[in-house]
Design a protein around this ligand. Structure first.
Ligand code: FE
Ligand code: FE
Length: 246
């Protein structure tokens, strides 16, 4: 469908999030069935109810614009839901699965936050104040949910680490991976491989010989090798990547 007027633009975005909310509703119903952590289950269950309300609010916005509710296929939400299903299939139910569900739900919330933020700006420009209020209610609940999921992430990770034994003794892969990841977050990419290797060397299983094959180690090495092409040289204090030949 051609989009050439503000009305068509808003209706397209409205149709996108209307479609996305339906997909996320089903996705969350699968998540809540697979989740084992009580806090995560309760959080998702609450947001399922909020999502049903979001759909009703969107139907009211369609009505305010003199339209019947109509979804526009949201490929991003299709992808987010299918990725969540893949994660749940691979990890199964348990502490690791809970971490993946929390992460998948957080991705969903951030998609919705972006969608509602843009939609609200458009509705404001068109002077649709009633629509703005309805959309803002949805946005606020997405933001609150994202915040809760972020706060839960650390607790779920800790539970997952304990369940795999890494929290107490440090198995080879998880300890080294965690150290590599933590180091990567500091941005000290050149030192990260060394950190990952020493973590591997200190692992309790004694199977490591120099850190090869570590998840964290490999991750950092891949990034480092690509650094000249894709990363900004921070010493030049530039805000956009500089590519060779550009
Ligand atoms: Fe929503
Ligand atoms: Fe949501």
């Amino acid at each position: 469908m051609a989009i050439s007027t503000m009305q068509e633009l808003i209706l397209d975005q409205l149709g996108d999030i209307y479609d996305a909310e339906h997909r996320f509703l089903k996705g969350q119903q699968e998540m809540v069935q697979n989740a084992t952590n009580q806090e995560l289950q309760q959080g998702i269950q609450l947001h399922i109810e909020q999502t049903q309300h979001h759909i009703q609010n969107l139907e009211q916005v369609f009505s305010l614009m003199g339209q019947q509710p109509k979804g526009v296929t949201c490929e991003a939400s299709q992808g987010l839901v299918s990725e969540a299903q893949k994660d749940m299939g691979e990890a199964g139910s348990g502490p690791i699965g809970d971490v993946l569900i929390d992460g998948a739900a957080l991705r969903v919330e951030h998609y919705e936050i972006a969608a509602y933020t843009a939609l609200i700006a458009g509705a404001q420009l068109m002077g649709q104040q009633q629509a703005v209020s309805l959309l803002q209610e949805n946005l606020q609940q997405e933001q609150q949910t994202a915040q809760k999921l972020e706060q839960m992430a650390t607790r779920l990770l800790q539970a997952a680490m304990q369940s795999t034994g890494a929290g107490a003794q440090g198995t080879r892969n998880t300890t080294a991976g965690a150290m590599g990841a933590a180091d990567a977050m500091t941005g000290t990419t050149t030192g990260a491989a060394t950190m990952g290797q020493s973590a591997g060397a200190q692992g309790t299983t004694g199977q490591m010989t120099g850190g090869s094959g570590l998840a964290g180690d490999d991750y950092v090495k891949v990034d480092t090798s690509k650094a000249p092409d894709i990363l900004v040289d921070e010493t030049q204090n530039q805000s956009t990547p500089q590519r060779q030949g550009s």
